[in-house]
Structure formats: C-alpha cells, structure tokens
Design a protein around this ligand. Sequence first.
Ligand SMILES: Nc1nc2c(c(=O)[nH]1)N[C@H]1C(S)=C(S)[C@@H](COP(=O)(O)OP(=O)(O)OC[C@H]3O[C@@H](n4cnc5c(=O)[nH]c(N)nc54)[C@H](O)[C@@H]3O)O[C@H]1N2
Ligand SMILES: Nc1nc2c(c(=O)[nH]1)N[C@H]1C(S)=C(S)[C@@H](COP(=O)(O)OP(=O)(O)OC[C@H]3O[C@@H](n4cnc5c(=O)[nH]c(N)nc54)[C@H](O)[C@@H]3O)O[C@H]1N2
Ligand SMILES: [Mo]
Length: 753
Amino acid sequence: MARAKDGTIHYAGAEGGWGSMRGMALVAGAERPSADALKTLAKQNKPGGMMCTSCAWTKPAKPHMFEFCENGAKATLWDLTTRRATPEFFAQHTLTELRGWSDHDLEQAGRLTNPMRYDRATDKYLPCTWDEAYRAIGKKLRGYNPKSTIFYASGKASLETSYAWALFARLYGHNNLPDSSNMCHETTSVALKSTIGAPVGTCVLEDFEHCDAIFFFGQNTGTNSPRFIHTLTAARKRGAKIVTFNPIREKGLLEFRNPQSLQMVTGGKTEISHQYYQLKPGSDISAMLGIAKHVLAEEDRRGGVIDRAFIAEHTHGFEEFAEKVRSTSWETIEAETGLPRADLIAAAEVYIQAESAIGIWGMGLTQHVGGYDNVAGVVNLMLLRGNIGRLGAGVSPVRGHSNVQGQRTVGISEKPELVPLDQLSEQYGFQPPRDEGYTTVTGCEAIAKGEINAFLGLGGNFLRAVPDHRVMEKAWTGMGLTVQIATKLNRGHLFCGETAYLLPTLVRSERDVRDGMPQVVTMEDSLSCIHGSIGEAKPASPHLQPELAIVAGIAKAALDPNPNVPWEAWSNDYALVRDAIEATYPDKFKDFNQRLFTPGGFFKGNSARDRNWKTESGKAEFTVPSHLNATGFADADGVYRLMTLRSNDQFNTTVYGYSDRLRGIEGKRDVLLISPREMERAGLKEGQRVALVGDDSDGVDRVVEGLEVLPFNLPEGCVAGYYPELNPLIALGHHDGASKTPAAKSVPVRIRA
Ligand SMILES: Nc1nc2c(c(=O)[nH]1)N[C@H]1C(S)=C(S)[C@@H](COP(=O)(O)OP(=O)(O)OC[C@H]3O[C@@H](n4cnc5c(=O)[nH]c(N)nc54)[C@H](O)[C@@H]3O)O[C@H]1N2
Ligand SMILES: Nc1nc2c(c(=O)[nH]1)N[C@H]1C(S)=C(S)[C@@H](COP(=O)(O)OP(=O)(O)OC[C@H]3O[C@@H](n4cnc5c(=O)[nH]c(N)nc54)[C@H](O)[C@@H]3O)O[C@H]1N2
Ligand SMILES: [Mo]
C-alpha cells in the first residue's frame, strides 16, 4: 500500500498496465477457466462474437485487438470457471451454514448445474426436474392474486428474454417489474424523461470524436466502464478538455497506462482529467450552480456566452433558473461544495470555451435523495449553451449492467405509461393491467408488510443489493414462493419462501443451441446501440436451460394457452421473438433480424438528439433545484455522509477478490475510509475497529460492526466503505424523491468506537 505525505492510502501506479493484467491472472488462477474462455475473449465485444456481460459501455464498429478490459475478462473467466456447485455440494451444506459464507465464497462454489428445490425439513436444496419445477411454480402462481407477486430482473438478460419476461407479467396480470435500474439509473430515466423528453442519454460514439469538453460527475470510469477510457484518451489527444467532480481522486480518471499498447513497455502514461475537483458528496447541485453563475456573469459582462437563440426556441423555464443562480451567493456555494470559487470559475471557463460539451454521470449523481435535481442540473448546464441535440454535444449517463437500458426498452417497467400497452393488447389479444407496479423500494416495503406472495428473480441478487438487509431478510421467508433464475450461488438464494426453486441457466458466453440451431441474443448498450451476441463455450452442465426457455416454461405452466403467444416456438427460435419485438416497437427495431450484426450496433434513435422534446411543455426544461445539496438530511455534529462504493475487484454483489488496486486497498473489504483530519477530530487511530450506526429517525437499529479505520483522501464530513457490506445501514425510506432510487451515496451515519 502506497502512502501520501498525510498518511492516506492510495494506488501509486496509473490505471491499466501490468496491474490490470495481474487482476485478470488472479481470477484465471483461482477459477481455472475452461479451454473455451480464451477463445471467447478473443472475440469479446466484436461483431459476431460475445458481447461482454460486465459493463454497458458501447461496442465500437472498429474494435481494438482485445476489445475487453480487466473487468470484462474477469467477468468471462468467472462465468467460464471449471468449478461447479453440484447437487453433491448442496447435500453437504445447509442454508443456515451457507449464510455464514462471504459473497465471494458463495459464488466461488462455482456454476450451478441442476434445478434445485428447497427442502425445509433438511434446510437444504435438493435436485429436481425442470418439469417438476415448472409445474409447482405454475400451480402456486395460479393460486395467487397476480398483483401480490413481483417479477424482478437484473440487467443482464437479453432483449428477447426481457421482452418475454415483461409480457409474461402482463399476461399474468401485473406491472410489478422492478429492475436493477430501480437501484441504479432510474433517477436518470425519470429526470431525463421530464426535462428532455427521452429517458436515455443523447450521445453516440461519434460525439466523443467531436466534443471539446467532457464534464464528469460521479462516474468511476477506470473501475466500472474501463473501455470508455480508450474513448477519453482519444478525445484528450485531439485536444478535448476533461473536468471531473468526485469526492474521491479515482485513479482511472487521473491517469491511464494502456495495457494493449507500447505504453506497457515504455512505462508511459496518459493523463485523463485536466481539472479534478474533490467536492463534498451530495454537493453537485451547488457546484453546477456555481459553474452556471460564472457563465451568466460572463454573459452579462460581454454577451455571446449563452446560446440565446437555442434557449428561446427550444427551452422553457430559463428565467426562473437564472434567477436561482443569481440569488445563490458564492459564499453559500463554497460552503456547500467545499470548493473555492476559483475552482468553479476555472471549470466554467472550460465550459465557455468549448464549442461542444458532453455531461457524463453515474451513481455519484443518481444515488442521492436529491438525485433528480443532480441529473436535472447537468441538463441545465448543457442547455445554457445549446449542448443537446447537435454533433459533439449531449448528456451521456453511463449505465451499469450490460443490457439494463435494453430491458426497459422492451417493456420491463413498473410504469405502464412507458409501455405501448394498446399495441400489446392488439398483438396478443388481452387486456394488459394499467395500474402502476412496484419499484424496488415499494416492492420491498410491500414484502416487509407481508403483502407479497411470490418473488421471481430473473438473475441478480435482489435481497443483497437492496437497502435495510436485516429488515428484508427477516420478511423474505414469509413469502409463499421464491424463484431465482441464476448462474452462481449468492446470498439472496439462501433465504427461501415456503416453496422455493433455484433454476440454473446458461451464461451469455455459452453455446445456446435450440432444435439444432445456434441462437443469437441481443442487447442495448449505454449509447442506445443494439448488438447481437453469440456464445460458443460448452455449457457448464448438460442440465442447464437458457433463460428464455425457463421464462417460457414457467409462463406455460402459469397461464392458460393463448394462440397469439407461441411460447414453445419462441423458446426454440429467438428470431421469432425479435419479429415480435419489431411488431411492438416498429420505430426502434425496424428490420431487427437483418441488422443484428451491424458493426458498432444499430442506433435505436433518440428524439431529444433530434431536438424533438417530448416533454409536457414541448420544450427542454430548465429546472430550479429544490435544495442546494442532495443529501436529504441536515448536517449535524458527529453525523457523516457515507458513500457506499464498488471496488475494482467486484461486479456489484459478485466479489471476485479483495484487491481494490485502483484505491490501494488490499486484502480486505471491512473498512471505513476517513480523512486524517476527521480521524483526529473523532479521536480515531488507523487500524482501530469501529462500528457504523445509521442515523435515521425511524427507530430501526442499523449497525455494521468491525470496520477497520483507514486514512483516505476524502473531503470533510464524509466517510466511505463498500457495497453490499454496508447496505444494512441504508434505510428503505432513504431514496431519491422522484424515482425512488435508494440513496446509497450519502447515507447518514455515526461512528461508534
Ligand atoms: N468492475 C465493475 N464494473 C461495474 C460494476 C461493478 O460493480 N464493478 N457495476 C456496474 C453497474 S450495475 C453500475 S450502475 C456501474 C456503476 O458505476 P458508477 O456509476 O461509476 O458507480 P459507483 O462505483 O457506485 O460510484 C461512482 C463514483 O461516484 C463518486 N461519488 C460518490 N458520491 C458522489 C457525489 O455526491 N458526487 C459526485 N460527483 N461523485 C460522487 C464515487 O467516488 C465514485 O467514484 O458500473 C457497472 N460496472
Ligand atoms: N449500497 C449500495 N447498494 C447498491 C448499489 C450501490 O452503489 N450501493 N448499487 C445498486 C446498483 S447500481 C445495482 S445495478 C444493483 C445490482 O443488483 P443485482 O443486479 O440484483 O445484483 P448483481 O450483484 O449484479 O447480481 C449477481 C448475481 O446475478 C446472477 N447472474 C449473473 N449472471 C447471470 C446471467 O447471465 N443470468 C442470470 N439469470 N443470472 C445471472 C448470479 O447468480 C450472481 O450471483 O445493486 C444496487 N445496490
Ligand atoms: Mo447498476
């Protein structure tokens, strides 16, 4: 572990380079990947190959020789391990025992091989047949009020499976379709829909080839979307300026060493951000007001700074916004952000000098009580200079799961107004439910109240990813039916309803042959491009079924036959599902089957990119923020803003290992990161074990004990630690006001020594 002068821990090298090779080698060593893994990697993210299951960053038309990163490779090696969680494994361990295992050890038991049924008498999973599972699940579902059931999806399943999943829910009778997006970029989708009329980012890859400035708010590229660094280094070489706002000095946004080029050998590195500002967590609203303040001051002084013609023709609410900016003092902005005015003016100067600018964000903006105002703040900033709807400009959220955006596109949504229900009604001859379904948060609340009979999970680790673990784990076992479609064992599988099934499925890199025909699946990346993906590795077990066949199997058992919904034919020829998708969404998916392998994917289109604003006013909306920070709680003595973070050695709740290389934290995850100044103030010593205690007023006890104090370069008033270990500290009620995305980036906590 390297140390700075003030004793804080950090990573000494640049992102990329040998360190990232070592990360892959460690996973490869531990997982003993199958012979097919290397073949898969060679074609990963290339047209005709397998589209990576790690992040949602776009797959370019002209791929690099190795179009994958350390984490993409880890994801593939982790999937194509030779380790197996067989019925023999389950015979040896009760679920009570397995609840004592770490997230890492549970998944490292290996790939699930057989459908399993929970047996309460022995507290173990026992093997069963697919037929038995489908029949039992179907029978249970037929007995319930559909509205008392939840069908969750984590963002990996293909467009084909996702379309079938959402249709199944509606045919059965509900819109209870929360998705991992409800814990992630739902804030983005809600805020963009209401401000620019399109719920997704407006940029395509070409914009990054023409922009003059890129503004980063709370997105950790080096860890979470490393291939994006190629795009950034190319933009920087062209002369584009990069400005970053992040409470943590994240290595991947500071400098990069390309592991696939000469830089590996010569030791050279590329700097990424020109300006890097460590603002307080939750204070982006004020930082953006500060930038706007300088922009408007310059407009007043010399004119020609803001795009008046664009504002007049295309926007609504500018005057109210400008009034808010003018009436917020620099003193207030400095106090909120912890940044000197000079820093915000420097950032504003970059913005003013850029002909075209792009705004980027991730969980650092979305996972706050005031997340909506955060995202709307980026829109405000971009609207000032007409930076939406022209080449080189735009708003570009970086999504998480590889198909999370696509799942929403094809109907996985709890919001009926976002789904073409009339079209579905006509296409399939039924009355789709019209009432609003559960989000992750309202779904959890209903489970906690005992109102939910069944939970079906299409991938993911819902129970581990949500807030308030203790409350949720206790309530979970009160359900009548829990079904998990999964690839590896995780903690969420260890809590079972009265009847419970664990159904193993193929990973995307595995060969999926139906009726003798190899099948293609599709996904949509963060830049709205749709790609076909073919798996070629040998399946982990002969008993696995592809996700689409499992969805069809359950649907057939739970629903009466409908001649318009050919489950059997769909699960044997995915091209037929693509035809159905095209029929439901003719604009976005025209000639779907013909365009599968368009290099770089095919763009589904975006109305805001064409300056067609599908908002209430018919124009793009300036928003006046309701608060000057997004935390949702008042500062108080001894209360810290806790940020829950991802390490570069995990993918969400999948913990590959214990090396957060890019932050210099090795061998542990039970840590509390805190600045030396705050340590001194609180009388803490490095290495001391402390507890974090939730500071909510709802009377629920929220504690995580045994965290090791580590000095870390952080702004004042905040601390940080890892997700999901710290999720017991987050109250279910602590979420973005508009989208109900849990506010995992400023959780009120106290330290107990
Ligand atoms: N290796 C790897 N890749 C992943 C994932 C993974 O777990 N591992 N997860 C995938 C998923 S589902 C998602 S959603 C994405 C997540 O990717 P990101 O959107 O990057 O999310 P996080 O890593 O949670 O945190 C983002 C950053 O926000 C900063 N931050 C925290 N609070 C604030 C704030 O108030 N303001 C600002 N400006 N910054 C703040 C943190 O320091 C951190 O650098 O990554 C995807 N890719
Ligand atoms: N405190 C805190 N909480 C958070 C976050 C945070 O930053 N802080 N981030 C939130 C975010 S952004 C997200 S997206 C959620 C993530 O929530 P989820 O998406 O629910 O969780 P994952 O950890 O991605 O799910 C991992 C599991 O998915 C299964 N799996 C993997 N691949 C496949 C596949 O191809 N098919 C199927 N059927 N199953 C598969 C495996 O069994 C694996 O154990 O967590 C959220 N929770
Ligand atoms: Mo996510």
